[in-house]
Write a protein that binds this ligand. Structure first.
Ligand SMILES: Cc1cc2nc3c(=O)[nH]c(=O)nc-3n(C[C@H](O)[C@H](O)[C@H](O)COP(=O)(O)OP(=O)(O)OC[C@H]3O[C@@H](n4cnc5c(N)ncnc54)[C@H](O)[C@@H]3O)c2cc1C
Ligand SMILES: Cc1cc2nc3c(=O)[nH]c(=O)nc-3n(C[C@H](O)[C@H](O)[C@H](O)COP(=O)(O)O)c2cc1C
Ligand code: SF4
Length: 664
C-alpha cells in the first residue's frame, strides 16, 4: 500500500474498554533491562521512547508470575510475583501516559524451559525434557494447580494496581500454558491431560481467575502460537481453543504468533522471510469470524506492509517488535511523511534475540546503538553544538557513516570520504551473499541521512594522513575498516600459521564475493576461525556455485555465534536441499594447504581433505595506517569500528555513533 494511501493503520480500535489510538503494537520482547520486580529507569526510558514514537500499544516483556521459573534463568527477568513491582508500574505509567500509548503486561511461566534462579529443576505439565535445559520437568501436581492459577491472578492484580491497561497471558511459544495445551508435552492422566478440553482447562481457569482478580475494566487476552513439530499442538487444535475462549467471553483479544522452542526461527525469522510470513498460520488460528481484535506479527518493518495486512482482513492490529527496537519513532516519522528516514531493522537477529540466546547480557540492536541507553543517549537529547568544527571522516562503512550522521546532526561541517566507488564498506560485499542482501539496507539508510543532513560525500577518494590534513580538519574520524589477514595465523595456534595460503585457489571471504572467478573445481574447504555470520554466507555461496563444502573449525559446532540468531536453522535446511555435500569438522585445525588438498589436525590425528578451493574466514587485520601520521601533528582523532579492532556491524555502528557525539 503506498504511503499516501495509509488509512487503516491510523484508525483507533477498542480492546474491551481500552481505546488504542492506532493499529500498531510493540509485542512483548525480553530486554534484560529489568531487575526482578524493579522496573528500572532504563526500562522506563526504553518504553517511553517508543510511546513518544507514536505506537498505539506496547505489551511489556514476559513477566514471570512464579519464582519457579525465571526467563532465561537470570535475575534481569521481569518478576510480577512480588508487590514491589506495583510502584515501578506506576512510575512507568506516569511517564508514558501523556503520550497516549496503552500498556499491557504479558504474564508468563516458562514451564520446563526455565527453572528458578540458583538452580532447582523446572516445573512443567509433565516430566518431558526441554530443548533449553534438557532436564525433565517436575510435573505440577493436580493439587498444586490452584497455586499456579492464583499466581497468574495475583500478578494480574499487581499490573492493574500499577495502572496498566491490560493483561496478555503467554500461552504461546511452548511455555508452561502451551505445554499444557500440547499433547507432546502434556502426558497427564488427570483432568488437565488427555482430550483438548482437558488440556485447555489450565488456561481457562487462569483466564477466569485473572478476570476475577482485575475486575471488569481491563483488557484481557492471550498470546498463542501453533507449533510445527510432530505431536505438538498445531493450527487445527489451536483454532478450536481460540474459538472456545472467544465464545466463552474469556478474552478481549487474541495475539497470534507462530512457532516455539522446537522451531524458533518461525517465531523470530531472520532476513530470509518476508513481512507477513506468519499470516497463513495466524489466519488459520484466528479467523475474522472470531469477532475480537486479532494481533499478528512477523517481520513487519513498514506501515505500508502493516496496512496491507489490515486491508486483507487478516489482522486488526499489527505487531512490529524488532522494527521498533531498530526505530522507536517509526509511526511518528511515517505519519509525518518521513518514512524514508526510518532506520530499518535488517532482520539480523544479532543484538536482540542473538544476545538472549547466547549471553547473559542486555539486549541491543545491530543498527540502533541507542537501544537500551535511551535515558542518556536518546537522539532527541542531541543538541546543536555551539562550536561547529570541520570533521573529516575517512571510510564510509557503517562506522564512518554513523559517525558522519551524528556529527552532522550536531551541526558540524562533515566531509565523508571513501576509497570505494560506493559507500557501505564491507556491507557492500556482504550484500552479495545469498540471503544477506538486506544487511545493506542500514548503509543505504545511513547514506540517505548523511546526505540529507548536508554532509559532503566523496566516493572513489582514498585518503592518507596528508590528504586528510589537507582538508584542514579539526577532527578526523578513522573508519577505514579491516583487510583479510594474509598471514594464515589462526586463534587456536597463533605460533604455527597455516602454510600455503599464498596460492590462487585460496581466497578470503571478501575475495569470494569480489573475485569469485578464482573459485575452481567441485570441492571446497572453508577454514572458519570466527564462528559466525561470514561462514554461513561463504558456505551458502559455495554450495550455490555447485561445490561440496567441508568446514574446518576450531569451534565445537557450525557457526555457533550465528546459531544463536536462529540464522543457521533455515540456512542448514537450504544447505541440505542444495544437492551438494556439506560437512563440518568441529575441533579441527587447518595446518597446510596443498594444490588440491588440505592437511588438518584434530584430537583424532592428522587427515587430508580434498580441496580444489579453500576459503579462509579468519580474523581480519585493522587498516588504520593513517592514524599515526594524524596523531603526530596533534589532530583530534577517533578510530572506530573494524579499523579499531575487526569485529562486526553492531560494534561498528556503536563506535561510530559514540565518536560522532564525542567530538569536542
Ligand atoms: C561476507 C561478509 C559477511 C558479513 N556478514 C556480517 C553479518 O551478517 N553481521 C555483521 O555484524 N557483520 C558482518 N560482516 C562484517 C561487517 O561487514 C563489518 O564488521 C563492518 O562492515 C565493519 O564496518 P566498518 O565501518 O568498521 O568497516 P568497513 O565496513 O570495512 O568500511 C571501511 C571503509 O573504509 C574505506 N577505506 C579504507 N581505507 C580508506 C582510505 N585510506 N581512504 C578512504 N576510504 C578508505 C573502505 O573502502 C570501506 O568502505 C560481514 C563481512 C563480510 C565480508
Ligand atoms: C529479543 C526478543 C525477545 C522476545 N521476547 C518475547 C517475549 O517475552 N514474549 C513473547 O511473546 N514474544 C517475544 N518475542 C517475539 C516478539 O514478540 C515477536 O513476536 C517476534 O519478534 C516477531 O515479530 P517482529 O518481526 O515484529 O519482531 C521476542 C522477540 C525478540 C526479538
Ligand atoms: S538486532 Fe537486527 S534483527 Fe534485532 S532489531 Fe536490530 S536490526 Fe532488527
Amino acid at each position: 500500500v503506498p504511503h499516501d494511501d495509509l488509512r487503516l493503520v491510523y484508525e483507533p480500535i477498542a480492546i474491551r474498554n481500552t481505546e488504542v489510538s492506532n493499529r500498531i503494537a510493540v509485542s512483548a520482547h525480553e530486554t534484560r533491562f529489568a531487575a526482578g520486580s524493579t522496573i528500572t529507569a532504563d526500562l522506563i526510558a526504553y518504553h517511553l521512547e517508543r510511546a513518544k514514537g507514536g505506537v498505539g500499544l506496547i505489551v511489556l516483556e514476559a513477566a514471570t508470575v512464579h519464582p519457579s521459573s525465571m526467563l532465561s534463568n537470570n535475575p534481569y527477568c521481569l518478576s510480577a510475583f512480588d508487590d514491589a513491582i506495583i510502584e515501578g508500574y506506576r512510575r512507568l505509567m506516569a511517564a508514558v501516559r501523556p503520550y497516549g500509548t496503552k500498556i499491557f503486561q504479558q504474564l508468563w511461566h516458562g514451564g520446563h524451559h526455565y527453572g528458578p534462579t540458583g538452580g532447582g529443576p523446572p516445573r512443567g505439565a509433565s516430566a518431558v525434557p526441554s530443548p533449553v535445559l534438557g532436564t525433565p520437568a517436575v510435573p505440577i501436581a493436580t493439587a498444586e494447580i490452584p497455586e499456579f492459577v492464583a499466581a497468574f491472578a495475583d500478578a494480574a492484580r499487581r499490573c492493574i494496581e500499577g495502572g496498566l491497561d491490560g493483561i496478555e497471558i503467554a500461552a504461546a511459544h511452548s511455555y508452561l500454558i502451551h505445554q499444557f495445551l500440547s499433547p507432546m508435552t502434556n502426558t497427564r492422566t488427570d483432568e488437565y491431560g488427555g482430550p483438548l478440553e482437558n488440556r485447555t482447562r489450565f488456561l481457562v481457569e487462569i483466564l477466569a481467575a485473572v478476570r476475577e482478580a482485575v475486575g471488569d475494566e481491563p483488557a484481557l487476552g492471550v498470546r498463542v502460537s501453533a507449533g510445527t513439530t510432530p505431536g505438538t499442538i498445531g493450527e487445527d487444535e489451536l483454532a478450536l481453543v481460540s474459538r472456545q475462549l472467544a465464545d466463552a467471553g474469556l478474552i478481549d483479544f487474541l495475539n497470534v504468533s507462530h512457532g516455539d522452542y522446537f522451531a524458533p526461527h518461525l517465531a523470530i525469522a531472520g532476513m530470509e522471510r518476508e513481512a507477513g510470513y506468519q499470516l497463513p498460520s495466524s489466519g488459520r488460528v484466528a479467523p475474522s469470524s472470531l469477532g475480537l481484535p486479532r494481533l499478528v506479527a512477523g517481520r513487519f518493518r513498514t506501515l505500508e506492509k502493516a496496512e496491507g495486512a489490515l486491508l486483507s482482513g487478516a489482522a486488526d492490529l499489527v505487531c512490529m517488535a524488532r522494527a521498533h527496537i531498530a526505530a522507536p519513532d517509526l509511526v511518528r516519522k511515517t505519519r509525518e511523511g518521513r518514512a524514508d528516514q526510518v532506520r530499518p531493522c535488517i532482520g539480523c537477529n544479532q543484538g536482540c534475540i542473538g544476545v538472549i540466546a547466547g549471553w547473559d547480557l542486555r539486549t541491543g540492536c545491530a543498527v540502533n546503538p541507542v537501544m537500551g541507553h535511551e535515558a542518556t543517549l536518546s537522539e532527541a537529547l542531541i543538541g546543536q553544538t555551539d562550536r561547529p568544527r570541520r570533521v573529516v571522516v575517512v571510510g564510509g562503512g557503517p562506522a564512518g557513516l554513523e559517525a558522519a550522521r551524528i556529527a552532522a546532526i550536531r551541526g558540524h561541517s562533515v566531509l565523508l570520504c571513501d576509497a570505494a566507488p560506493t559507500l557501505g564498506g564491507r556491507l557492500a560485499v556482504a550484500r552479495n551473499a545469498p540471503y544477506l542482501g538486506e544487511i545493506y539496507a542500514v548503509a543505504d539508510w545511513c547514506e540517505r541521512e548523511v546526505r540529507r543532513l548536508g554532509a559532503e560525500v566523496r566516493t572513489s577518494t582514498a585518503m592518507d594522513a596528508s590528504a586528510a590534513l589537507a582538508e584542514e580538519p579539526d577532527v578526523v574520524i578513522v573508519a577505514t575498516g579491516a583487510s583479510p589477514r594474509p598471514s594464515g595465523v589462526l586463534a587456536a595456534a597463533p605460533g604455527t600459521p597455516v602454510e600455503g595460503i599464498d596460492q590462487a585457489h585460496v581466497l578470503s571471504s571478501v575475495e569470494l564475493f569480489t573475485e569469485g572467478d578464482r573459485v575452481r573445481g567441485k570441492r571446497a574447504v572453508v577454514c572458519d576461525d570466527i564462528g559466525h555470520y561470514e561462514t554461513v554466507a561463504v558456505v551458502e555461496e559455495l554450495l550455490q556455485r555447485g561445490l561440496d563444502v567441508t568446514v574446518v573449525t576450531r569451534f565445537p559446532s557450525f557457526a555457533p555465534t550465528a546459531d544463536r540468531t536462529v540464522r543457521t536453522i533455515p540456512a542448514r535446511a537450504r544447505f541440505a536441499q542444495s544437492g551438494r555435500r556439506f560437512e563440518v569438522r568441529p575441533g579441527t585445525l587447518l595446518s597446510r594447504i596443498g594444490d588440491g588438498s588440505c592437511l588438518v589436525f584434530s584430537v583424532e590425528g592428522a587427515e587430508t581433505i580434498d580441496a580444489d578451493t579453500v576459503v579462509m574466514v579468519t580474523h581480519r587485520d585493522a587498516t588504520n595506517g593513517l592514524t599515526a601520521g594524524l596523531r603526530a601533528v596533534g589532530a583530534e582523532v577517533h578510530v572506530v569500528g573494524d579499523a579499531r579492532s575487526p569485529r562486526d556491524l553492531q560494534t561498528a555502528m556503536r563506535e561510530g555513533h559514540l565518536a560522532g557525539r564525542a567530538i569536542a
